[in-house]
Design a protein around this ligand. Structure first.
Ligand SMILES: Nc1ncnc2c1ncn2[C@@H]1O[C@H](COP(=O)(O)OP(=O)(O)OP(=O)(O)O)[C@@H](O)[C@H]1O
Length: 266
């Protein structure tokens, strides 16, 4: 039986300043089930970062609520992990890979052996079991992002939030990291909310794609991705259904940019 993990209800965010108010988010509502992988796409500047900051408890909404696991989010929730685009800034250069992965575990009451087991398991999951003793600056950009993902895996969050995590890596590395995210979701049942600019990426990864309108934002489309759960970069992307879905999402974003979509009444 599906169980609601994340519930965003009538979220509204107005940035207030002496030079005038900016309504970034108009009215966003959507839910995410435990174990789902949901992608969020929308036109540039539509409010994706604002939405994620509200979900992560880093920004207080002007109206509406975010509920995680039945609790209203009013500050950064302990059962959430975040992975950002700027992996270089999220890792500590003076700590080894193991040290970086261990960092958030310091807040958990675990024995040394339990921590080591979680770190070993997370490094294995991201394919970096050989690199625990290296420093971040000795690794490629893609490997550094794997360290950031390993840190989130070791922490065992209820939900993993990823904000354009692969925007700064090359295409081949990006494809490998996308497959890593799919495997974390499929093999470990991780619940993942993934924000991206890339329409193909959203369709390849997601079980659902939530398309946002331009700012002040609302949910223009909540699309089920009916591709087989077993996906790979060559076969899945060559499927006629993949092309149909990406074309559909692309059209939705073009409509969003032109402000042509009609806002549903709720
Ligand atoms: N601190 C702020 N004060 C005032 N306005 C802001 C602030 N932060 C964002 N905005 C405005 O809110 C709107 C949404 O911005 P946001 O950064 O959330 O969008 P985004 O979809 O993440 O952008 P991008 O596609 O560039 O990543 C934009 O109009 C932006 O100018």
């Amino acid at each position: 039986m599906p169980e609601t993990l994340l519930k965003v209800e009538h979220l509204n965010k107005v940035y207030e300043s002496s030079t005038g108010n900016v309504e970034a988010i108009g009215d966003i509502s959507f839910t995410m089930q435990r174990g789902e992988l949901v992608c969020i796409v929308g036109p540039s500047g539509c409010g994706k970062t604002t939405l994620l900051k509200c979900i992560a408890g880093l920004l207080r909404p002007s109206a509406g609520t975010v509920e995680l696991d039945g609790k209203i989010v009013s500050g950064p929730p302990a059962n959430m992990a975040l992975v950002f685009q700027e992996y270089g800034r999220s890792l500590y250069p003076w700590l080894t890979v193991r040290g970086n992965v261990e960092l958030p575990l310091r807040h958990k009451k675990l024995s040394r052996a339990e921590k080591d087991a979680l770190i070993d398991d997370a490094l294995l999951a991201v394919g970096l079991d050989h690199a625990g003793g290296s420093f971040p600056w000795q690794l490629s950009g893609g490997m550094q992002q794997r360290v950031a993902i390993a840190r989130a895996v070791a922490y065992q969050p209820e939900v993993l939030i990823m904000d354009e995590p692969f925007a700064a890596v090359d295409a081949q590395t990006r494809a490998d990291l996308e497959d890593l995210v799919r495997s974390l979701h499929r093999e470990r049942g991780m619940s993942i909310l993934f924000v991206t600019h890339d329409i193909d990426e959203s369709v390849y990864l997601g079980e659902r794609v939530v398309v946002l309108s331009k700012s002040p934002t609302w949910v223009q489309e909540d699309l089920a991705i009916d591709l087989p759960a077993e996906r790979d970069q060559i076969t899945t992307r060559a499927m006629p259904r993949f092309t149909e879905l990406r074309t559909y999402v692309y059209e939705q974003i073009q409509r969003a940019k032109r402000g042509q979509a009609v806002r549903p009444t709720s």
